[in-house]
Design a protein around this ligand. Structure first.
Ligand code: HEM
Length: 224
């Protein structure tokens, strides 16, 4: 392998995953800003970002549907890496070590740690609930045809689940800032071997095994 290829590190997120993730991230932030503006007069100022209150009301549900489509793609693609394993439970039990930066005491984890997996599963729960309840209360298209009790329940659940998703997003962004190198992974796609080994040792071992097997089969072909 050439030196320059070695320096590129390990691919963590391909271009499609990154583009998809940032499309969701931007849409989600727009949803939070427009949603808060519709939720309480304190956030009314945010309507200026969307061309006024009427445009905010029109745009919010359309951005929601747009984001849900891209999120569905992400949910399928990240499903396997987000399944909870035994070492994840141990990682969660040692959450004090996580928060105190005692990384050396933590069990090795795969491509995502238990915190990242929880973000995934909370969003897998939240986005469909937000979509369904959002459609129920969507005026003028669907809300008029709904019974009043369903409308009330829909509005309540929409607000509660949005709160859960916003708190989760804040924790998600904070973790990305806290774990140095995470942003680089989602911006450039590649991480250094040292970073992979330190933060996601099982995933690093998997990648090294793959690389060794690929090299062995190339050597075999070259030897024939
Ligand atoms: C401004 C908003 C966001 C920022 C700054 C952000 C940042 C990041 C970063 C840096 C990573 C890479 C972490 C790593 O591999 O170590 C990541 C991964 C990920 N993001 Fe986001 N993200 C944002 C919004 C979202 C939203 C709205 C969702 C879902 C609705 C989401 C879902 C995910 C998932 C499932 C992963 C992969 C597993 C994980 O690292 O948690 N992100 N994000």
């Amino acid at each position: 392998m050439s030196q320059s290829k070695k320096e590129r590190g390990i691919l963590r997120y391909g271009w499609f995953s990154r583009l998809n993730h940032w499309t969701i991230a931007i849409s989600f932030v727009l949803l939070v800003l427009s949603g808060l503006a519709l939720f309480h007069p304190f956030f009314w100022g945010f309507t200026a970002l969307f061309g006024g209150p009427i445009m905010t009301r029109i745009l919010h549900p359309f951005i929601g549907v747009f984001m849900s489509v891209f999120f569905a793609i992400m949910a399928v693609r990240f499903f396997k890496d987000s399944l909870i394993k035994r070492h994840d439970i141990q990682w969660l039990k040692q959450i004090k070590d996580v928060l105190s930066n005692r990384d050396e005491k933590l069990p090795p984890v795969g491509k995502s740690n238990a915190g990242q997996k929880l973000v995934y599963w909370i969003m897998v729960f939240s986005v469909p609930v937000l979509l369904v309840t959002g459609v129920i209360i969507w005026q003028p298209y669907f809300a008029d045809a709904m019974p009043i009790t369903l409308l009330r329940l829909g509005a309540l659940l929409h607000a509660f689940v949005a709160f859960l998703a916003i708190i989760t997003l804040i924790i998600h962004i904070y973790s990305g800032i806290w774990v140095k190198g995470s942003f680089q992974a989602m911006v450039r796609g590649r991480v250094s071997k040292a970073w992979a080994k330190h933060h996601h040792d099982l995933w690093y071992q998997e990648k090294m095994d793959e690389e060794r097997r690929r090299k062995e089969s190339l050597d075999r072909i070259a030897g024939q």
